[in-house]
Design a protein around this ligand. Structure first.
Ligand code: CTP
Length: 452
């Protein structure tokens, strides 16, 4: 009996898939088909897959050619599968010619002619109109957005807006997009905006973009007042628009995996979360000189508060801010201590004091630790009472990591699958509330203060 194996995503099952499976089956007597998991596809940069794993497996089954369907969840699995399932022939489409020659030491490798003029990518683009996105702001982060957005199919960066003509023109020329200084003209040309302007301008731009019927992805901190966040989300919801706060950690595959494991009960009930992120900035940087919107907490607070809100919730009983201020009164280091009915948390961030950046989640049965840069989660460990028992988890974090939030923003706009749960409206509102409390306390006191 000749045993054949093939792999694929098989998204939006099409004729190309059918013909590939038909010919794969004809190569032998028994066909095994490996279907990729969502996490594996994301990790290898295949974003925006529409069908769920179960639908894709069901469609492969319906083709009638597969004798067995398995799940492909990691790079390097193919080699093991070939051994495990006693495979004689490995086959894939001709778009992969050469990529799997290394397997020919273990079985025969056959590349089948790919069916012309059809692919899942084509179907995804046909089914959902390309979303034209415009960027507001021309700073560093705006420049990072463009190459990341290019990796997400179904989105095209149309232009950039900056009221200063020279900045708009310079940025537009560099990235070969259109530059706008007239907001109305800019909105006419786009379907969605990415707001990467200075913090204090976010609220005004969010409002005007939503009022022009545009979906909004806004850099963190989205707004600095609870009421503003609430109002913006309510308006977006009422008008069927998507509004996302862009905290990249919330959308990256590694952080989702970490949360999943933390909440699975493996470390018991979560009782303590400690998150620290420090990044030394030059004293003359905007972050350390903008007397109102600069400082450690406003700059980095969204990252360190995120795991706390996700794991312990928004209903804290007590919050205390302790800060070390620089000469100009801005916090160069801030420690937030929170009390929950059944747990405690500390969030630490600094632009002028360096510390060990770490995320630590302690539970009644064990703890999870992720070292810096845990905010680009790629690796973490689960520890138990027995120091010899350690589970190590890694996940790919590609490039600047903005591709994950862009891809989730797009699939939510297209109504394919909502990723809102990764950073809920309530969590964004709570974050805005904390920024507000922090700013109010900063006005009133010198170093430590307690809110609520
Ligand atoms: N395939 C094929 N002919 C096509 C499309 C796919 O023979 N027109 C083959 C691929 O070569 C692969 C299998 O079908 O062996 C599964 O491919 P998959 O990557 O799931 O499909 P694509 O349509 O190529 O998906 P995408 O556009 O997302 O890359």
């Amino acid at each position: 009996m000749t045993r054949v194996i093939t792999y694929g995503t098989f998204d939006l099952f099409h004729e190309g898939h059918y013909r590939l499976l038909q010919r794969a089956k004809a190569l032998g007597d028994y066909l095994i088909v490996g279907v990729t998991t969502e996490a594996y596809d994301k990790a290898r940069g295949k974003l925006n897959v529409v069908d769920s794993l179960s639908t894709r497996m069901e469609n492969v089954k319906k083709s009638g050619f597969a004798d067995e369907i398995i799940i492909e969840e990691a790079a390097g699995q193919k080699f093991n599968d070939i051994k495990k399932y006693h495979i004689d022939i490995f086959t894939v489409g001709s778009d992969w010619v050469g990529s799997f020659d290394y397997l020919s030491d273990y079985c025969k490798v056959v590349y089948l002619e790919r069916t012309k003029n059809i692919s899942s990518t084509m179907l995804r683009e046909k089914n959902s109109r390309i979303q034209r996105i415009g960027i507001i702001g021309t700073g560093r982060i705006a420049g990072r957005f463009i190459p990341e957005a290019k990796l997400v199919s179904g989105i095209s960066t149309q232009g950039v807006y900056n009221p200063h003509a020279e900045s708009a023109a310079r940025f537009a020329e560099k990235w070969e997009i259109n530059g706008y200084t007239d907001l109305e003209e800019f909105y006419e040309a786009i379907d969605a905006v990415y707001i990467a302007s200075p913090h204090e301008t976010h609220y005004g731009y969010i409002k005007s973009a939503l009022e022009h019927g545009k979906h909004v992805l806004c850099e963190k901190p989205m707004v600095l007042k609870r009421a503003e966040a609430k109002e913006a989300f309510a308006y977006a919801r009422e008008h069927g628009l998507v509004l996302f706060e862009g905290i990249k950690t919330a959308f990256c595959p590694g952080f989702s995996k970490l949360l999943g494991i933390a909440c699975s009960g493996t470390i018991g009930s979560i009782r303590n979360v400690e998150a620290c992120f420090t990044k030394l900035e030059r004293p003359e940087s905007r972050e350390l000189t903008d007397r109102v919107y600069g400082g450690s907490f406003i700059e980095l607070g969204s990252y360190v508060m995120l795991p706390i809100l996700k794991l312990l919730g928004k209903e804290y009983e007590d919050i205390r801010f302790d800060t070390i201020k620089g000469e100009n009164g801005l916090d160069i280091f801030t420690k937030v201590s929170m009390k929950y009915p059944a747990g405690i948390a500390t969030a630490t961030c600094g632009l002028g004091v360096k510390s060990e950046g770490r995320l630590l989640i302690a539970g009644t049965k064990g703890y999870i630790v992720a070292e810096a840069p845990w905010w680009k989660t790629a690796y973490f460990e689960v520890h138990y009472e027995n120091p010899g028992e350690v589970e190590k988890h890694s996940e790919i974090f590609l490039g600047d990591g903005l591709r994950y939030e862009i891809s989730d923003f797009l699939s939510t706009i297209n109504g394919i699958n909502s990723s809102e749960f990764k950073l809920t409206r309530g969590e964004s509102v709570a974050l805005a509330g904390m920024m507000e409390e922090f700013m109010r306390g900063r006005e009133e006191d010198n170093c430590g203060w307690v809110s609520r």
